[in-house]
Write a protein that binds this ligand. Structure first.
Ligand code: NDP
Length: 272
């Protein structure tokens, strides 16, 4: 049976094995998917060992996405642009391809929820690994404007500069004003139940708000947005399923139906 896994540190919390098992059941694919805890200094060794023993593909999560980028023999364009890899796939010639499906997953989830991106003014908060992965795919949707704000402004500028023609802007939080159609929280602040230092008046009733993080109930950022009168809020659970579906397609050449898997995962997460 073909072997797949997700690697990270920590890894116990990962929901990827459920998602891929449900995709496999739904599409009649025969595969095994496990989670592997990789020690901080053992990424190359463990991943080489996985493929040497016949493993077919890996998902890569925190903190190894940059290491996976360096490990891959060949990269997709979107992985190269992101500077990070969340999916490794063994190819027929024995080489390992690195891809980044996070941005495609986010865009797919936004479009499934009927949040159009074309012609919209988009603000992205944060400039870490996840944001590096989503800017290219967001830009492909031809928004009217795309701005990155981050606590460490230099990091937002570095990401913006990777895109030609000033297509992506960079800002501090203090400089932000309102007028955005969509605000995406790509910081990890919600993990600590915190908020980025956002100015009052940033959000209006018409703004749609998305947090890459998900959990039981709304994140701190989504709670804050609701208090500001925002009606369209979403967490990142759908993105998690959609990025997994992209990886599944890369490995198996089959596109799973994501909607029932999102529902099933939501029930699992809410059950704790
Ligand atoms: P990183 O550690 O690479 O980046 C963290 C970012 O958050 C940095 O920009 C950092 O700012 C900022 N930040 C952290 N704490 C605060 C705070 N208190 N106030 C303001 N800014 C803060 O993390 P990732 O990019 O890998 O992940 C970001 C989030 O995205 C996580 O919540 C993760 O769970 C989620 N994610 C969800 C996915 C999904 O499929 N749904 C996929 C990938 C990620 P600074 O640069 O100034 O330090």
């Amino acid at each position: 049976m073909d072997r797949y896994a997700v690697v990270g540190n920590p890894i116990a919390h990962s929901k990827s094995p459920y998602i891929h098992q449900w995709f496999a059941e739904q599409t009649g694919q025969s595969l095994m998917y496990e989670k592997i805890l990789v020690e901080m200094t053992a990424f190359d060794e463990d991943v080489s060992g996985f493929f040497a023993l016949g493993g077919k593909g890996l998902n890569v999560t925190v903190p190894f996405k940059e290491q996976a980028f360096r490990f891959a023999d060949v990269l997709t364009d979107r992985a190269r642009l992101a500077g990070a890899v969340n999916t490794l796939a063994l190819q027929n010639d024995g080489t390992v391809m690195g891809d980044n499906t996070d941005g495609a997953g986010l865009v797919a989830d936004l479009l499934v929820q009927d949040w159009p991106l074309s012609g919209r003014r988009i603000l992205v908060l944060g400039a870490g690994g996840a944001v590096r992965g989503i800017i290219g795919p967001l830009l492909e949707q031809k928004p009217e404007s795309l701005l990155i704000a981050n606590r460490t402004v230099k990091k937002a500028m570095a990401i913006a500069e990777a895109f030609p023609g000033g297509a992506v802007g960079a800002s501090s939080y203090a400089e932000l004003e309102g007028g955005f159609d969509l605000v995406i929280n790509g910081t990890s602040a919600s993990l600590a139940n915190e908020l980025p230092p956002l100015p009052a008046g940033l959000l209006g009733a018409q703004t749609a708000v998305y947090d890459l993080m998900y959990g039981v109930g709304p994140t701190a950022f989504l709670r804050w947005a609701t208090e500001q009168g925002v009606e369209r809020c979403s967490d990142g659970l759908g993105m998690l399923v959609q990025q997994a579906a992209e990886a599944f397609y890369l490995w198996r050449g089959v596109r799973p139906d994501t909607a029932p898997v999102v529902e099933r995962l939501r029930r699992l997460v809410n059950a704790g």
